[in-house]
Design a protein around this ligand. Structure first.
Ligand SMILES: *Cc1c(COP(=O)(O)O)cnc(C)c1O
Length: 371
């Protein structure tokens, strides 16, 4: 098979809904609905309903959604916020931006999500909250996390950027904590055609604080109760997301079918560790991440055969130059450190054909048996 396999193919998805997308984009332009307006209101309602929460506040991107949530939760200087050592930097850079101190926890070696045992070890009298990340699309261990939060009176902000519609014991992620943040970056499971994000909550007072902060500190024109920021969802992005949201469940099932096919093809190959899904967790496969001892050689082997694989992420957060000030050592986060040299994300997206999945798996097999 002579094929170029991109990591994701956003154009393939656009082709399946082109007419609807083109219509709403042109409608926004015709009616000049660039900021706020009916498409933004409609998407906020639709998304709150789909995620089974009372309130949705949209904003400019997923990173802002974390920041806005933490400002509204009231993070103060010296407050410690617990977050996994293995995530995208948005999860923790926003803790610092909100005025808190980042306290990293190690991750579970099989699911890559925050390890509840590590959370308990890191709690001090300054701890105010926990940010579990449903990494790659697999829910974190929410029963254990919520029990710890309750015992120590901590807030929980779920980072759902990679996990739209994932479920833990049958319940949607984003419905466990006080508040949950989402990204609609184009490559996410629900993606806009530019940057976009949102927070959801059942707490009305918190929803109002978040909306106010995101809109220059006031909900009415000319009123500024506090100083805020400007973080808005564009009308065009809201219109696109409103068209895409009704397809999300189908796209999620397609991702799950690709992941299943991958695991069937790869599980017998020597040296390859396929993703582990813990009991009672419904994974939505934002990323399909395998592990191999010679990961870099495997990545190059795939690249030479036209297959784009990606490392999410090459350096665990505590070891990044951005966190040098904390002076962390690799022994403090053995699982996150072990994972960073082994993980490799293979191409996965809803429109990917089964033949493509089998082709990628076959090339991984060629590597495994020739090295
Ligand atoms: C993508 C992502 C974000 C941030 O989203 P942006 O929309 O890119 O700002 C936050 N957390 C995680 C885990 C992500 O993957």
């Amino acid at each position: 098979m002579n094929t170029q396999m991109p990591f994701v193919d956003l154009h393939a998805q656009y082709q399946t809904i082109k007419e609807e997308i083109d219509f709403v984009i042109s409608d926004v332009i015709q009616k000049s609905l660039f900021v706020r307006g009916p498409y933004v209101d409609k998407f906020e309602q639709m998304f709150a309903e789909a995620m089974e929460r009372k309130h949705c506040v949209s904003c400019a991107n997923g990173t802002d959604s974390l920041y806005i949530a933490m400002v509204a939760l009231g993070v103060n200087p010296g407050d410690e916020v617990l977050a996994p050592a293995h995530s995208w930097i948005s999860t923790t850079e926003t803790i610092s931006q909100a005025g808190g101190k980042v306290v990293f926890c190690d991750t579970d070696k099989d699911t890559f999500t925050i390890d509840p045992k590590s959370i308990e070890e890191k709690i001090t009298s300054n701890t105010v909250g926990i940010i579990p990340v449903h990494l790659y699309g697999q829910p974190a261990d929410m029963d254990a996390i919520m029990a710890i939060a309750k015992k120590h009176n901590l807030w929980v902000l779920e980072d759902c950027a990679q996990a739209h519609l994932a479920r833990y014991r049958g319940k949607l992620v984003g419905t466990f904590g006080d508040v949950a943040s989402f990204s609609f970056y184009p490559g996410k499971n629900l993606g806009a055609m530019g940057d976009a994000g949102a927070v959801i909550t059942n707490d009305q007072a918190l929803a109002e604080k978040m909306a106010m902060f995101a809109r220059h500190g006031g909900l009415q024109k000319g009123s500024h109760e506090i100083e805020g920021i400007n973080s808005r969802l564009d009308g065009i992005q809201a219109a696109i997301l409103s068209v895409k949201l009704p397809h999300l469940l189908k796209w999620t099932e397609l991702r799950q079918a690709k992941a299943l096919r991958y695991s069937e093809c790869l599980s017998e190959i020597k040296g390859i560790k396929t993703p582990y899904v813990a009991a009672e967790r419904e994974h939505v496969w934002h990323l399909y991440v395998i592990q191999h001892e010679r990961r870099d050689a495997l990545k190059d082997f795939l690249a030479h055969r036209g297959i784009a694989a990606v490392i999410n992420y090459p350096v665990a957060l505590p070891f990044l130059p951005a966190y040098r000030r904390y002076g962390h050592q690799v022994e403090e986060f053995p699982n996150a450190h072990f994972a960073q040299s082994r993980i490799l994300s293979l191409p996965i997206y809803p429109e990917m054909s089964d033949e493509h999945v089998q082709h990628v798996a076959a090339v991984v097999g060629q590597f495994a048996y020739s090295h």
